[in-house]
Design a protein around this ligand. Structure first.
Ligand code: COI
Length: 350
């Protein structure tokens, strides 16, 4: 289906106020945003507007009952400076998976991609050129109905913002294996990209940082044994030549970088197992010299090498060299900038 997306342009661009090739993630926002409203059972009035504040009623249901979900993907520059999106249709599908879990309406997947393309085309001058930098795109949906009471809202907003972003971590990271707090339980919202999942993770992450770690490694809620994921990413281990990543059991976010890395590793000839993996198995592999590499993967993070996993009871030190992880990171960055052939058809030119 083809949509009419109304455009109201900002009077001037603020891009020159920033060094977009060297900017930490999340602090600068581009000149425009894409907005669409849901009311009377349908999405109405898709439009691009100058970036600005959105009037919100204090009773907006997202603020009270947490119906809020989001996505993340990146735009990069390819050959001839063409803006490129990485697997946007996968984000559209995952947004609707999250919407379903949180009792929110589906957003049309073709309009999702159309909105992204239109916004990125307008914000072309905000896309960083540096390797590892990109224009981070943040589609999100929230309940915008003013109402006090426990039910699904009848009004929502879907918005896409864009923010130039440099690399998330420029060094190997330390993970805190959490044994007090949990991120997800069976039947919970762990597989949805729901704002509340991140809210519940903030305090434990602050505690982990105060102890010298970068992010939390989440373990299962019953026994604190099975590895789920890390603060803002999925996790991989290379054990005795094979890669292992926790299977999608309902408590793990189905990362788009995760699924791309699985394909890349297999394409490079590695065996990849998606299966339950315990922290005990990782400790034993380390003791036996079989733990060769570990890295986190996510849209914002890209690929982050892990140098240590621990808590008050144990410390696992990872080898300093991460040849396969580095190679996968390099391949992914080069596919995203058309320096390597996109043989998986992941790239969508704008
Ligand atoms: C992403 O990787 O896009 C995320 O959503 C993580 C975010 C919390 C920084």
């Amino acid at each position: 289906m083809s949509y009419t997306i109304k455009e109201t342009k900002a009077a001037t661009s603020r891009a020159r106020e920033y060094d977009i090739n060297s900017i930490p993630m999340g602090i600068a926002f581009t000149d425009h945003m894409f907005i669409c409203d849901y009311d009377n059972g349908q999405w109405n009035n898709p439009r691009i507007e100058p970036m600005g504040l959105i009037p919100t009623h204090p009773a907006a249901m997202a603020l009270h009952y947490g119906q809020a979900i989001f996505e993340g993907l990146k735009a990069t520059l390819g050959k001839d400076d063409t803006p490129l999106l990485f697997r946007p249709e996968e984000n559209a599908k995952r947004l609707n998976f999250s919407a379903d879990r949180m009792g929110m309406p589906e957003f049309p997947e073709d309009l999702f991609v159309e909105g992204l393309k239109k916004l990125v085309a307008i914000e072309h001058n905000w896309i960083p050129k540096n390797e590892g930098s990109a224009l981070y795109l943040r589609p999100f949906m929230y309940a915008d109905e003013a109402f006090i009471g426990m039910r699904a809202a009848t009004k929502y907003k879907f918005i896409i913002m864009a923010s130039p972003a440099g690399p998330f971590f420029s060094r190997p990271i330390k993970l805190y294996a959490e044994t007090k707090y949990v991120r997800a339980v069976n039947g919970g919202t762990g597989e949805a990209k729901a704002a509340g999942n991140y809210a519940a993770a903030i305090r434990p992450t602050e505690f982990a940082k105060a102890k010298g770690y970068d992010q939390v490694l989440w373990l299962d809620a019953q026994n604190f044994e099975y590895i789920q994921e890390v603060g803002t990413m999925n996790i991989f281990f290379k054990i005795a030549g094979k890669f292992v990543t926790p299977n999608l059991n309902g408590s793990v976010l189905a990362g788009i970088t995760r699924m791309s890395v699985i394909d890349l590793l297999r394409d490079k000839g590695f065996e990849v197992e998606e299966r339950p993996i315990t922290i005990t198995e990782v400790k034993e592999a380390s003791t036996n010299g079989m733990l060769e590499e570990s890295f986190g993967v996510g849209t914002a993070v890209g690929i982050a090498m892990v140098e240590e996993i621990g808590n008050m009871d144990f410390t696992i030190k990872l080898p300093k060299e991460n040849p396969v992880s580095k190679d996968v990171q390099d391949t992914l960055n080069k596919i995203k900038t058309q320096q390597l052939e996109d043989k998986f058809s992941w790239i969508v030119p704008v």
